[in-house]
Design a protein around this ligand. Sequence first.
Ligand code: GUN
Length: 294
Amino acid sequence: MALIIDGKTAGADIIANVTNAVLKLEASHQRKPGLAVVIVGDDPASHAYVAAKSRMAKKCGFHSVQHTLPANITQSELLSLIARLNSDPEIDGILVQLPLPKHLNGEKVIQAVLPEKDVDGLHVVNAGKVATGDLTTGLVPCTPAGTMLLIQQIHGSDLSGLNALVIGRSNLFGRPMAQLLLNANATVMIAHSKSRNLPSLARQVDILVAAVGRPQMVRADWVKPGATVIDVGINRVAAPEKGEGKTKLVGDVDFEEVAAVAGAVTPVPGGVGPMTIAMLMANTLNAARPKGCA
Ligand code: GUN
């Protein structure tokens, strides 16, 4: 049976450190980190994620604001909100929840956020820093950064000699995840919807990271015995065993099957999810720190 990687505890440790640092920042500089979360439309899953982010920001002692906008907002209305938040001295971090409704140009909105307030790490300046191996002067995307910490719990900070496969190539996760693994000296493959023979690629690696959005796609026979398997998926599926009309959350990995083969595996929920929120808080604290303050 694999070691079950506990993202809940790791995330709680980060939150405790952030909360302490906020108290120190308030004592030394009379200000608290400010996080603005922007959500457009009424997708229930996005609203649940955003509510959790806003709640955690308050728990950390941040100045936390949420802008909930109707689905029919125009691009220029959204861009003027971003401009206002960019110039608001009380706001250190801006997060625009994705995906945005189809009529909006998400990429333009993301690139309109000042890089130093881009706590999602999606601005080309921050993405470029990660891609060139600069992990210290910019903001690193939250889910890849949190995933990396879980991988380091198992393998340490130097992944020399280890093979890794990231399934998924999004700007939000797959691409930066691959860059972070590469930066830690892993030998990295990226697979995506056009890749062939996914199970045989997966069976070659010591670190398998799944971010595809397909419930329980990764099965036991995809996994090299002893490998570390990281499940980034969050899928809501029917759970008739819990009663009629009930649902449950599952990842992209068939946990029961894979736990019998892997060396270590993250559960869903309680794996990567809590790390994403914790790293968002850490990024916001870093964005708020006066330059030169460790
Ligand atoms: N939608 C799903 N995950 C994320 C995330 O980490 N950041 C943003 N902005 N939107 C998301």
